[in-house]
Ligand binder design. Sequence first.
Ligand SMILES: [Zn+2]
Length: 472
Amino acid sequence: MRYQPVIGLEIHAELLTQSKVFCTCKNEFGGSENTRVCPRCSGLPGTLPLLNKNAVYLAAKAGFATDCTVNNYSSFDRKNYFYPDLPKAYQITQFENPICTNGHITVKGGKDIRINRIHIEEDAGKLVHDDYEGISMADYNRCGVPLIEIVTEPDFRSVSEVQDFVEQIALRLKYAGVCDARMEQGSLRVDVNISIMPVGSDTFGTRAEIKNLNSIKAIGRAIEYEIERQSDILDNGGTVVQETRRFNDNHGDTKSLRSKEEAHDYRYFPEPDIPPVLLSDEDIEEIKKSMPQMPQVRFARYTKEYGLPDDDAALIISTKEFSDFYDETVKINPDYKQVSNMMLVELNRNLNDLEKTINDVPFSPCDLAELVKMSTDGTVSKNAAKDILKIMFDKGGKPMEIAKNNGFIMDNDTSALEDVIEKVISENADTVQSYKEGNEKVFGFLMGQVVRAGGKGVNPKLAKDLLTEKLK
Ligand SMILES: [Zn+2]
């Protein structure tokens, strides 16, 4: 039988706060085990949590980044379970009253994926299984790192919808400064809830949850595997069991971890040590105002208003810093296409050669705007503009100064150029004869001689026109 997958996501994103969510330990990645722990985040009796205000702001920003409603009232609950990476034996989370609700993101193809909620919670520690044979070690550095969990409705019907959604979430959280979204480091982790149903049916099947997928590729492979596994079970007359499974990246398969818990298994109850979070309308408005323009809005502006091709616009928005640089440059020189070309081709070429990023560019958008203008208005040739950009990277300086000091200013003096051409023609009589006999290939050689004799300031178009004229 042919089946249709039904998929929902739970995405955990670590917040970019300086300190942890309920104590003053540093919120960082890496370092030695158990060096960032204190009585609070290691769960010693008698300690009280103190909520990090910035974690609340960042969670609200995540809400604005995904078109959620940011709620005036939210509160914390305890989720009780025992596991060695959770020394308190409960996780503080938002169960009854999450900070954000009812968002959505439009994925490729125009379909809206609904976001049920975004809530704040604390991360657990990590168990290290591989360092000592037969022994697992607990590292509590991650205990109490602030997280948001983004929970979608089961609106996905294909791998590509899921992958596009996760890519968009990662990019938007980065733009908003909420999370660095380094999936390989675990700062963004995706749980996939997946069931299948016969094509044409609208009754959902029993779902399995695949935990902690940490790359876009792994998400795709895990879903494909799970569709096949569940299809095989149903085709052979079996029933899918509701459970939590782990994806093994090396084998490309999923294995059962445990039967899936229901909410009541966790005995949620209100966290008595943290007062509810109250955000006034003014607070919420202020957070909203601090949001940068989101990548999907910029993409629409670049393609619809500026007339850039989709591929170019997608490359420009790939980081906020690159897009900001582009926006600053076209504010000064609104030649959208030429600025885009200069940045995507020449600027990126230099950055790649130097193994640097847009943050390391040693000149201002204003300088780049001027360089593009000099190139388009004929002050310098296209090739000279490339050389000038390289000098701006290597030695610094303003484009116009560099052009003057290096003889790049295009010479539009026709009579001087005519003299140069006359000279080249008389010195290459044989080649000229060959051209006149129909060998048009040698034109390039003659042009090369003209450019060489005339220097860097030769206007290539003018030279070509004059040379063609003289050779008639
Ligand atoms: Zn601590």
